[in-house]
Design a binder for this molecule. Sequence first.
Ligand code: HEM
Ligand code: HEM
Length: 179
Amino acid sequence: MTTNLERYSNTAIILHWLMAVLLITLFGLGWYMVDLPKGSDERSWFFALHKSIGLTMALLVFLRLVWRFTHPPPELPETILQFKRRLSGLTHWLLYMAMIIQPLSGYISSSFSGYKTKIWGVPLPHWGWKSPELNELFTDIHVASSVALLCLVIVHLSGVAVHIYEGDKQILRRMVPGK
Ligand code: HEM
Ligand code: HEM
């Protein structure tokens, strides 16, 4: 296994940007759909779309982690200070954790709603039962973890912005396609 000094592999880059777009879409859908009138067709449609994209995200996180463990990231330039290496490493792993907890809590809360959870119209095995208490508990976890995820993305983007501000575009280049 060779370690690229320059940039992430194309697969890692594609997964990073595809998942960033899906994540922003899921936040938009999530915030929009919760205010729609209960019992309306529109609400059900947006909930179903949010769940399908969210479950697709769960599959992509799994694939991304398999790729990550089998393909080490490019080494950071030696000029990067030790505390920055630690902070970025910690943020990345917390982002992965949040990207697991987020769809998982959504899926578990849905499993206690009394309805079958579907992905793109295909019903998943229905192991849960109707429990308003458990549904509420996992919904609370889903909402809390969405706030944590949002904070982590802000920390992540601030890290990238600091490097650009300091005149170092090498970090950003590691994650953008091209030569
Ligand atoms: C990474 C994936 C996901 C993200 C980023 C995400 C994000 C969000 C956000 C931001 C909200 C609005 C929370 C609020 O009220 O402020 C929400 C609500 C919701 N999400 Fe997700 N979600 C994801 C995956 C899922 C999955 C996989 C499911 C179910 C299979 C799901 C089911 C729900 C449900 C049912 C609500 C409404 C909760 C309520 O009634 O208040 N989500 N989600
Ligand atoms: C919006 C959701 C985003 C999430 C969840 C996310 C998540 C991640 C994660 C987990 C990594 C670590 C990759 C690894 O080593 O396994 C990473 C790396 C990176 N991300 Fe993001 N990212 C997001 C958005 C962005 C945006 C908008 C930018 C650009 C402005 C960006 C720029 C980068 C860069 C440059 C790296 C490589 C850092 C390095 O070389 O150490 N990310 N991202």
